[in-house]
Design a protein around this ligand. Structure first.
Ligand code: PLP
Length: 448
């Protein structure tokens, strides 16, 4: 219960007033008066009333090493003393070091990295590179996806947030998702469903779209925000093979799933698939400084030796961000974080199956490593969803009630539609994990 790094500099009521009247909050109607967070440590954070919360979300699935990891903080301080900013065209030790580490931990074919300020900018750059490299314009993206909030990335996004843009980027074609629990074709066996197999569904789209006009397929190898959808065995290989057949690039958006979240450095590693481009952000440095990446294959890198990279940012390769990335990845290697995440993930899913025996509202449990979700239903046999897709307000009441109950009882959870996402820090202790399960157990009673 050491709240010693609390830093109250203002009256919490003043903070709420300013938040409500002068601060614009992402993806929200404005005017909320939130809890004021004054400190955090490991898997916990606390508010101005001294109330503690167990972070079962890792914030926005980015605090992979939890809060206030000393090695990351020290690296940021050391770098701030040495060099806070230098233009992206200059050489800098931390920039080169992080690029070298990315070469080390990404799949073998991926050898060079452009650093961005986050996931959206990484995806923007990826689609521009793909269009430039292939000389084609169309991008195939999936419906149950989130790729970011900037113009192109929001256009790629399939979830209802993309309706907020009045003019989507042209040239986006949508594919259905390998959502095995609710296959869109009515099949129950994924092996018989062309959408769950991947390649056959993509081939059918390409029959109409003309493959020579398609630059890339972009997908989250395991869908994050839109419900932790793990593809069936063979899906990603099948998509990759179909892409190769037509000279289409595969872009893996690993912004949420990357950096150990699934128990491997990247989610594609579970299936041995080598995308042409990988984008990432979030867990690369546990979110302590804004940072994203767009990493490309040797072929694309070689091609970029003769033609300019179609993109650039003032803060590309920001030294403070790169230093924090180097420190976070080295800490994960030194602390064997991937093995711990794999073990804790197995414990978590075992516990979820135990909870499913007493909570009829649990329809499906899915995930890999520390990237997990439970889908809630009104009826397990009919699989009728607990709340409608993308429900808001009254329609989402049971989910909102559960989130409220969990928060009031010290557990920070997140959900989208009828899926509760369970993505604690990768280095959470077994004891803290069990504390979270116990509060979740009580929370689920609301939906039974
Ligand atoms: N791609 C995926 C899969 C994400 O989950 C997110 C953010 O949640 C993004 C892209 C956008 O990243 P950012 O918010 O850093 O721009």
């Amino acid at each position: 219960d050491d709240l010693s790094n609390a830093y109250p500099t203002h009256d919490p009521e003043w903070v709420r007033d300013m938040h409500a009247d002068h601060y614009l909050q992402s993806w929200s109607k404005q005017g909320s008066r939130p809890r004021v967070i004054t400190g955090a440590q490991g898997s916990w954070f606390w508010d101005s009333d001294g109330k503690r919360y167990l972070d079962f979300q890792s914030q926005l699935v980015n605090a992979n090493l939890g809060h206030q990891h000393p090695k990351i903080i020290q690296a940021i301080k050391d770098q701030a003393d040495k060099l806070c900013y230098i233009s992206p065209a200059m050489g800098s030790d931390v920039r080169s070091e992080l690029a070298a580490i990315m070469n080390e931990i990404t799949p073998d074919n991926i050898t060079s990295t452009f650093f961005t300020t986050g996931g959206s900018a990484a995806n923007e750059t990826a689609i521009r590179v793909a269009r430039h490299y292939t000389g084609r314009t169309k991008i195939i993206a999936r419906y149950r996806s989130y790729h970011g909030a900037t113009g192109g990335a929001l256009s790629l996004t399939g979830d209802p947030r993309h309706h907020l843009t009045r003019a989507d980027m042209p040239g986006i074609v949508r594919m259905l998702d390998p959502y095995v629990y609710r296959l869109p074709t009515g099949h129950t066996d994924p092996a018989k469903c062309p959408v769950a197999q991947g390649g056959p569904h993509l081939e059918e789209l390409l029959m109409y779209e003309n493959p020579n006009t398609v630059a890339a397929v972009i997908l989250e190898p395991i869908v994050g925000t839109n419900g932790i959808i793990v593809p069936p065995e063979g899906y990603l290989q099948s998509i990759k093979a179909t892409c190769e057949k037509y000279g289409i690039l595969l872009i893996a958006d690993e912004v949420m799933a990357g950096f150990g979240r699934t128990g491997k450095w990247f989610a594609v590693d579970h299936w041995g698939v080598q995308p042409d481009i990988i984008t990432s952000a979030k867990g690369i440095n546990s979110g302590y400084v804004p940072l994203g990446t767009m990493s490309v294959s040797t072929e694309i890198h070689d091609w970029l030796r003769d033609t300019p990279l179609p993109g650039g940012l003032t803060y590309a390769g920001h030294p403070l961000a790169c230093a924090s990335g180097v420190a976070a990845i080295r800490a994960m290697q030194e602390e064997d974080t991937l093995a711990h995440a794999t073990a804790m993930g197995e414990t978590l899913r075992t516990e979820l199956h135990r909870l499913a025996e007493k909570h009829p509202c649990i329809g499906d449990i899915r995930g890999k490593g520390m990237f997990n979700g439970i889908e809630l239903v009104k009826n397990r046999d009919t699989r009728e969803p607990l709340v409608p897709f993308a429900a808001k307000g009254d329609a989402a009441k049971p989910m909102n009630d559960m989130m409220g109950y969990a928060m009031n009882n010290g557990l920070y959870l997140s959900f989208f539609s009828n899926v509760i996402r369970l993505t604690p820090p990768l280095n959470i202790s077994q004891e803290d994990l069990m504390t979270g399960i116990e509060i979740l157990d009580r929370t689920l009673e609301i939906a039974d």
